[in-house]
Write a protein that binds this ligand. Sequence first.
Ligand code: DGL
Length: 267
Amino acid sequence: MTTGAIGVFDSGVGGLSVLHHIRRTLPDERLIYVADSGHVPYGDKTASYIEQRSIALTRFLLSQGAEAIVIACNTATAAAAATLRRDFQCPIIGMEPAVKPAVAASRSGVVGVLATTGTLESARFAALLERYGGEVEIVTQGCPGLVEQVERGELHSPKTRDLIARYTAPLLDRGADTLILGCTHYPFLAPLIREVVGEDVVLVDTGAAVARHLQHRLQTELPARIAGNASTQFWTSGDAAQAARIMSVLWGEGVNAKQLPPAFSGG
Ligand code: DGL
């Protein structure tokens, strides 16, 4: 067993948008990231499928010395956070679309949510709207295909632009002046989304808030803990060479992605 680490997982490479914030907030930590690329996208899978994958990935991260787990995925949080918190003792940090800050930012009184179908149809999202959505109109939009574009590294292609235009148009038509990027893949598309929707629309995501929340949970729940030696390791349940290619682009430096052992990669 090596020194304590922070384990982070997502259905694929999207969670790297959160990992960037974690690295900035906690520069001394040993971070272990798993992309479940063999099973991406989660957005159209059943909750029980995502739950099983989340349990397997959490077990793997704990076997590598993780002392806290970040679910860097809105869809997996909606499907599996409650189960992980029941089954595992360590801090489990989830994430959800940034409805509260978006409601505060909106001047038009209309907020658009871009997310996966899984997130939008979840009970957790319904509860979130119930809690914070009251004062404004919230318009939701599932975005099939967008995650796959990020997984392919197509951050600026005409097809990606067409999808973004198609998914944002109904929200803008309804008068939304604030768009929630409710999936961790979408921040990587923010420059293109910005081009499509214009300068005046506010884009919000939760990556920075998740990193701050993680820091707070570590301080309060594991106060005696000493960070491991600063490093970042990358694993994937998909093709390691392909994952390394796209991860290197999104992480901004060369990434060596390792293959998840078969016991955890779910055949
Ligand atoms: N990145 C994920 C999220 O935040 C899930 C994307 C997917 O696999 O559909 O929702």
